[in-house]
Every structure is written in C-alpha cells, then in structure tokens.
Design a protein around this ligand. Structure first.
Ligand code: DON
Length: 317
C-alpha cells in the first residue's frame, strides 16, 4: 500500500481496497466489544458481531469490506441530512434558533437548555435536531417524503426506506426526546406541535442505509457541495465547509475532541453503530459495527477510522 504522498498531495496511488482489508483485520478483535444500544428496543436485536466499511472516492469509485451492504438504522447520522435541508430552507437565520458550539454533554442531555433559554448548543445533538426538524416541517408540505427523496438521490438508491417499526419503537420509549422537545417549545423555539416534530425526528433516525449507501450519500460534503455524478451543486461550497466544521466539532458529541485527536476527520455517528467521516476533496468513509462505547459511538467503527487515517495519512490536519 502506498500512503499519501505529502510532497504532492497525491492520493491516486493509495490502494484503498488493500487499506480496507488491513483495517478490517486489525479491528476484528474489537468487533462486538461495547454495548448495542437498547434504549430504542428495536435496536437491541441487532447482532453485535457485524462490521462493514465503505469508501467512496471523488472519482466515482466505491470500495467495500465486510458487511458494507447490510442496511442498519442510521439514527443520528440523519442529522447531517436534515441540517443540510434546513440550511437550504432558512439560510443563516437558522443560527438564531440553534448554536454552533460543541456541547461537551451527552447527545440527549437536558441540562444546557435551561440556562441557554431553549436554544440548543448545536444542530447535531438531539435538541438541536428537533429545532432543525421543526424548520423542515415549516418549509415543506411533506417533510418525510422530501427527506427520503433527498437521501435516495444522494445515495443513488431508490430503495432506501424509513423503518416504521424502529420509529414507533423509539416513539414508545422516547421519554427523553419528548421532554427535550416540550422544553424547547416552552421557550417558543418550536413552531410546530411537539408530536409532529417528534414524529418526523423519529422517522429521520429510522432511515435504513448500508455503509455503501452512506459513503455515496455523503460525497457532496467531500466534493465542495457538489454531486459527484452530475457535477452539479447540491449546496454551496461554503455551506459544505460549515457543515464539515460542525461535524468535526459536534458530530460525536462529548467525544468530539477525542475523536478529532484520534481520527482527525469531520464525522457523524449514530447509536445504530454507524459513523460517517469526510476527507475533503478526496473521499467519504462509512463504517458500521453496532456495539457502542460509553459515549454512544461505535467502538470498532471509531477504531477503524483511526486506523484508516493512520495507514493512509489522510486527515484534515
Ligand atoms: O434520539 C435518539 O436518542 C436517537 N434517535 C438518536 C441518537 C443517536 O444516534 C446518538 N448518536 N450517537
């Protein structure tokens, strides 16, 4: 394998298939370590011993290893898609309703909202995603369909669905999200009824995608906002830069500092065990292994991204 040539910035000679093979081998002992999320009852049934990884390059190649074609619940990874749509709908005014600072707290924490008067710290924690969901509901006649269409187009896969059973399983056990949304609404920072906001939020989290789907779907963020296939803009290059910045600082919650230290890439995790990472101007990575560390990030997935970055020399730093 040829690591990145830093003198020329050349990535063309890296054998990504070989790198993924080596990463898979190295992290195999970690697969299954940690805990599969069970607070959403439907997720608890997912076997812990799965591992898949995909890389989609900006020249249109896709590399996969392990269970990269198996679909799983993307959960919080969906917050990047909805942030994209909300920014397109509301532009910079979104930032009057949600902050841009790392929370340093758990993804479902209530504590900062009281002091900060119902303005969530960032759009990638649950509270921030509720406000983002509210913005989409206000700007779209059918928010679920619009999100699904956006994700299918980005992934180039018309078969992507939202799993209704996962969504209702989360709704039935969703006391904390219900508390968060009601709290935000009490500060006047939700325009739509709490039930509608939560219904949309639980369905966005219930999107089922594979690593291959996710790697393809996130290419616009590695490609200065542009679709790789058509070359057309999905969002502006500046907006893509901002979303990457938020992923770096907030995408893995209270582990974001440690994640930046270990991996050095903008990333977004979900409690389904998926993590997406962006190497701007080069490629996207998606990894899945359902057992989580104590911050709610895939344990083997984070290790795989760390090894990928170390083996290739690819990071934003
Ligand atoms: O709201 C929740 O708790 C889940 N639907 C999503 C949380 C999540 O994925 C956090 N990620 N690490």
């Amino acid at each position: 394998m040829n690591p990145v040539d830093h003198s020329t910035g050349q990535h063309g000679r890296i054998d990504f298939a070989a790198v993924l093979g080596q990463v898979h081998e190295e992290v195999a002992p970690l697969v299954g370590q940690g805990k599969v999320a069970s607070y959403i009852p439907r997720l608890a049934d997912v076997p812990a011993n799965r591992f898949g990884m995909a890389a989609a390059t900006l020249d249109g190649r896709l590399f996969t290893i392990g269970d990269a074609d198996e679909r799983f619940s993307i959960q919080s990874i969906s917050k990047v898609f909805t942030l994209t749509l909300a920014l397109e709908a509301l532009g910079g005014d979104l930032w009057k309703r949600v902050g841009r600072e790392p929370s340093g707290s758990a993804f479902n924490s209530l504590v900062q909202l009281e002091n900060e008067k119902g303005i969530p710290r960032n759009p990638l924690i649950n509270a921030g995603a509720h406000v983002v969901a509210d913005v989409i509901l206000s700007s779209s006649r059918n928010a679920r369909d619009d999100l699904l269409a956006f994700v299918r187009e980005r992934a180039d896969n018309p078969d992507i669905i939202m799993d209704a059973e996962v969504a209702s399983s989360e709704r039935d056990a969703g006391f904390r999200n219900t508390a968060l949304a009601n709290f935000i609404r009490s500060f006047g920072n939700l325009d739509n009824p709490v039930d509608r906001v939560l219904d949309f939020y639980f369905h966005q989290c219930a999107l089922q995608m594979s690593c291959a789907d996710l790697a393809r779907a996130f290419v616009y963020l590695a490609n200065r906002g542009h679709c790789q296939r058509s070359g057309k803009p999905v969002i502006s290059a500046e907006r893509a830069k901002r979303i990457n910045a938020l992923m770096l600082t907030c995408g893995t919650y209270d582990a974001a500092g440690e994640f930046a230290f270990r991996v050095g890439l903008p990333a977004k995790s979900g409690v389904g065990g998926g993590i997406v990472a962006i190497v701007p101007n080069v490629l996207t990575l998606a990894v899945w292994s359902p057992a989580l560390d104590d911050k709610g990030n895939s344990l083997a997935g984070a290790a795989a991204l760390e090894r990928f970055s170390a083996l290739t020399g690819l990071s934003i730093f």
